[in-house]
Design a protein around this ligand. Structure first.
Ligand code: NAI
Length: 261
């Protein structure tokens, strides 16, 4: 399915990113892994980089090879980390890497962003999202204090994913002349090393969600959808957000609209 395709996978050392890398190799692809941590698993070439640091991102864009057929933006920080750092990695750094890599991509390349069920409320945040569009790394500290994107209630994480989904939809045709497309996948709770961080931040709400769901997800539930979006079989899927959450987003939609009654 990905025979001979060169795919950049951020966050390849753990959790969902590691499973994405494994599946890409299984499908015949070549993995250019990116992470802060070192790993030998399922990567053909590893590039260590800090996606919260603009200089590190610039260096990474410089050293990655040309001829990239896909970019899976999976690296992310949970809401227990400082707000500015969360926004830097999950949103500002992700955008900087993506935009910077487009000139090194092949025509027809596919970009896949891992967002989250936590971003489902993006339509309520449009004015802040618009203000964040050209947010520079040095202004993030100030932004999180003034835009309902701080540490309290894990808002930094929620906002990072709301803004990421909105950015993906908005850029549905930005690179259409070259056939380059971008989509995102929004997992519900997934059993990885950061699941405990989400449970700590969300408290009672997470406990209620757990009662509604049959089980939490696993990286094996999420990665095949990412790989499908990287493949040519999904060529006409553009600028969309695909929930992979055991039905949670449909449940929220039904509850909030009265469809469940
Ligand atoms: P994980 O913690 O297992 O993996 C994240 C990877 O990103 C790690 O290898 C880490 O070293 C890397 N990373 C973190 N900060 C970095 C930085 N500054 N520069 C470079 N690499 C960095 O987490 P998991 O669960 O696999 O998360 C992957 C993505 O899925 C994240 O974007 C997360 O927000 C999203 N997600 C996770 C959910 C869950 O319940 N686990 C639910 C919904 C979305």
């Amino acid at each position: 399915m990905l025979n001979g395709k060169k795919i950049v996978v951020t966050g390849c050392a753990s959790g969902i990113g590691k499973e994405v890398a494994r599946l890409i190799k299984e499908a015949g692809g070549y993995v250019l892994g990116v992470d802060l941590s070192v790993t030998d698993d399922y990567v053909d070439e590893l590039y260590r980089a800090d996606l919260s640091d603009p200089e590190s991102i610039r260096d990474l864009i410089h050293v990655l090879p040309r001829g990239i057929d896909g970019l899976a933006n999976v690296a992310g920080l949970p809401p227990t980390k400082p707000a500015a750092k969360v926004l830097a990695v999950n949103y500002v750094g992700l955008k900087a890497l993506t935009v910077g890599l487009v000139p090194k991509m092949e025509d027809g390349a596919s970009i896949v962003n891992v967002a989250s069920l936590a971003g489902i409320g993006w339509p309520n945040m449009v004015s802040s999202i618009l203000e964040s569009e050209s947010l520079a790394f040095e202004d993030i500290e100030q932004f999180v204090k003034t835009h309902d994107a701080g540490d309290a209630g894990g808002r930094s994480y929620f906002f990072s994913k709301e803004a990421l989904i909105a950015w993906t939809l908005k850029n549905r045709w930005t690179w259409r002349d070259r056939g380059i497309r971008m989509n995102c996948v929004s997992p519900g709770p997934v059993v990885t090393p950061i699941l405990q961080d989400f449970l700590e931040t969300l408290g009672e709400r997470a406990a209620q969600d757990a009662k509604i769901m049959d089980r939490p997800g696993t990286p094996e539930d999420i990665a095949p959808v990412v790989v499908f979006l990287l493949s040519d079989g999904s060529a006409w899927i553009r600028g969309t957000n695909i929930p992979v959450d055991g039905g949670m987003s449909s449940h929220i939609a039904c509850e909030s609209t009265g469809l469940s009654v």
